[in-house]
Design a protein. Structure first.
Length: 176
């Protein structure tokens, strides 16, 4: 019910991002796997079960959008493709983390196995990560909501509605 009432405060990502640089990052919201579907919810990277959320923010750290969550076993690129972000941010400068390689976004450069990282790559990565700090703050502010910060213990089928409601509350709090 909260999500439906506050839906008018959730802006269209394409409209609010017009003329802006968009920062994208993913995060895992841990859950308890009561259903026994551990393999689809288990994130090997985090060694825990949960849902993956993609978050878009501005360079000032303001939240732009949070699409529907995906099972934690999926990579950030899967979550990116399943979201409406590729269409909404098609003509914008997008900056993402190393999990977004191949998406067309500006990302850092990985070190090749068995080789030293060139000094130019270090400078490039430092510049990108300085900008990406704003999306990390947006993730932190979204996780200020206790239901996303602690392990979600409710039924897994209701988590997408909970995530939408928390996102709507975050936008309402910011005054969108």
């Amino acid at each position: 019910m909260v999500e439906k009432v506050l839906a008018v405060h959730v802006p269209d990502p394409a409209e609010v991002s017009a003329g802006r640089v968009v920062l994208v990052d993913g995060t895992l919201v841990t859950t308890r796997d009561w259903s026994g579907e551990g393999s689809s919810m288990f994130s090997g990277r985090h060694r825990d079960t949960g849902f993956g959320l993609q978050i878009a923010a501005t360079l000032s750290g303001d939240l732009l959008a949070v699409p529907a969550p995906v099972p934690g076993s999926h990579h950030d690129m899967y979550a990116w493709r399943q979201s409406r972000f590729p269409q909404a941010f098609a003509d914008r400068e997008d900056i993402g983390g190393l999990g977004c390689l191949g998406s067309g976004m500006i990302t850092g450069r990985r070190k090749l196995p068995g080789q030293q990282r060139p000094a130019t790559d270090k400078v490039c990565n430092q510049s990108i990560n300085t900008l990406r700090a704003a999306v990390e703050r947006a993730v932190a502010h979204l996780k200020d909501w206790k239901i996303l910060a602690t392990c979600y213990r409710g039924p897994l089928r209701t988590f997408p509605l909970v995530a939408k409601a928390v996102t709507a509350l975050a936008f309402y709090k910011k005054g969108w």
